[in-house]
Design a protein around this ligand. Sequence first.
Ligand SMILES: Nc1ncnc2c1ncn2[C@@H]1O[C@H](COP(=O)(O)OP(=O)(O)O)[C@@H](O)[C@H]1O
Ligand SMILES: [Mg+2]
Length: 223
Amino acid sequence: MKAILETKNLVKYYGTGENLVKAIDHTDIRIEPGEFVAVVGRSGSGKSTLLHMLGGLDRPDSGKVLIEGRDIFRLKDERLAVFRRRKIGFIFQSYNLVPSLNVWENIVLPIGLDGRKVDQEYVMDIIRRIGMEDRLHALPNTLSGGQQQRVAIARALASRPAIILADEPTGNLDSRTEIEVVNLLKNCVTEYGQTLVMITHDESIAQMADRMIVIEDGKVVRA
Ligand SMILES: Nc1ncnc2c1ncn2[C@@H]1O[C@H](COP(=O)(O)OP(=O)(O)O)[C@@H](O)[C@H]1O
Ligand SMILES: [Mg+2]
């Protein structure tokens, strides 16, 4: 099968001399369409740096990221931004909801920014799956952390991206809510045929994935 997401000899260093940090150090990974991959490793091992480059948020020093076979860093910044909005949904540990917008408005915001029409039925289907259909008009500050993260998940899914990249999405949640939220996310990506790459340092969350990629000092030590 053709990989949906691939890195080739990917390198990203920070600093120089004594302060040189090899955040990602000649990394090759390959992810198939529809996979749920957990990226694990100690704090500072390079997980977030890798995820940012996988999503085209950050350019590497050298090497490639291929999305559906396309070398994304050959795109100019503006084209890359458009490509990213269409192909990738991001979920971060901080929910980054807009405080003045209600649940529905937060979820459809990126679609509007992209100048596209909202597929109301599809978005409502997601909202029902995440169990937020009764809170459409609620403002973020009236929601629990778990609810806010569910809204952030719905926002990432709403534009139907092929790939969801999540950086410790449940890091701020208690362990029961955490499992619940990851289960919801897993069910959604399965239902919609999306590919999910999730950074976590929680063993029980990693166990829910199809496969684990272990990062140590910027290198893949197990895939
Ligand atoms: N913008 C940056 N400037 C300098 N060093 C950075 C920057 N981002 C990350 N690093 C360093 O790169 C290494 C990997 O960081 P990161 O990818 O955030 O690791 P992880 O997500 O696994 O905790 C760390 O040593 C971190 O301090
Ligand atoms: Mg990190």
